[in-house]
Design a protein around this ligand. Sequence first.
Ligand SMILES: [Zn+2]
Length: 74
Amino acid sequence: MTEPTTASIAGLLADTSPYLSCDDCFDRIDEYVERRLDEPGYEDLAMQTHLAGCGACADEALALQELLDQRPGP
Ligand SMILES: [Zn+2]
């Protein structure tokens, strides 16, 4: 069982965090979501900050995560 903690860090980074555009976010979102599932402790501050502030990308990340979570086993 893994629970996403995307929002937990966002508040800390509001002022000084790196900011991604939605295009940048989408370029990295597959890798980010897969890595989060493989390594529950993995953090990408730029991604997490963008996802915390961008509902469209957050929805995309969540959909991807659910898709990967439901991968049929061998
Ligand atoms: Zn976005």
